[in-house]
Design a protein around this ligand. Sequence first.
Ligand code: HEC
Length: 371
Amino acid sequence: MGIGEGGQGIGLERTAGKDDDKIKKRIPRNALALWNLGFKDITTLLHDGRVTKSNIFGNGFNTPAQEALPKGLDNIVAVQALFPMTRQFEMAGNPGENEIIGLVSKVGKDSMRIDRVWPVITHRIRGIPEYVQLFKNAFDDVNSPLDINITHIVNSIAAFEIHEWKSFDSPFDEYLNGDKQALTLEQINGMNLFYGKANCSSCHSGSLLSDQKFHSIGIPQFGPGRTRPFDPYARDVGRMVETDNINDMYKFKTPALRNVSLTAPYGHNGAYPTLKSIIKHHLNPIKMNKNWKPEYANLPKAPWLEEIDFVTFSDKREQDRILSSIDIQPIELNDKEIDELVSFLESLTGRSGNQRPLGKPDKVPSGLSID
Ligand code: HEC
């Protein structure tokens, strides 16, 4: 479960911050892995599919910006990049702290207007000469600071993400390309279970091992949730937050599994620390949910949030609703078979792993610290 604006440090070292700046709320869901976002068949992003290809608003995408989406966006990854900067607990900060959050928050009768944020961010970038030069180099239609707009900004973020985390060099790929030695016997057994008796591929299908659909598998619920305006308390109804359709209650998008061994913890909120434990959850969701312990979540310490952290998990009625929504049948596998499945999932890890082409820069033109 992520730590947004107010936190300190990066990656596993990130803490919830301190004093007045400390986080006011956890990010309700885990940050998604960024592998292979350029894959052409991706139609929907995020755990609840909040960013989806669709022509409902006449601009190619169904997003929180609805008709206000800027024009000229290169792809769905650029579209997604528009939103974290507008969100209070992710990047924008708390009311009173800066002009950005002031623009998004409710003003009088006016409702939320996320599109007001983008010109302000653009203005900041236009004011940094080193960025202006980089944008001139990258885009034919940028000749002066005023030519830069939010579309250039998110298109370049997307180009970076797509290039940096492209990963198709796993032993599994080598095996599919004809190198029968690329997988161990244990991994081959795991693969046969995955596509056979264990039924994993009924949801984890295709090149990225995701059907890009939404299912409820009863992951233990904790944290602030993505509470909707009329929810009685903090909870996360998953896909239903987006569709308002009761049939989507507690459904989350099937995650892609390439490089999954590099992206613990698992589940939309990081409920399980290991591949073995999340697999066991799939095999018997009700039993695993009932035996789940808050320590498994290994949340970054934030004592001032503890009261809310496990309130949903200990609410019996909410628990019953989650468990009755599960659309996965229990499957019996022995320990050896579970280990084989883990081993197969490990064979989906690219040979280059976390060694990415560009990596973390030493500094950035804005001068913001990279800690
Ligand atoms: C009914 C569809 C379905 C089936 C069948 C299924 N999964 Fe999943 N899987 C999901 C969904 C949905 C999630 C995410 C749930 C959530 O976060 O609430 C998930 C999550 C995962 C994760 C965690 C990934 C991450 O990045 O957090 C792994 C690993 C995984 N599944 C492996 C498997 C394996 C192995 C099998 C076969 C034993 C399997 N799944 C069968 C739908 C399915």
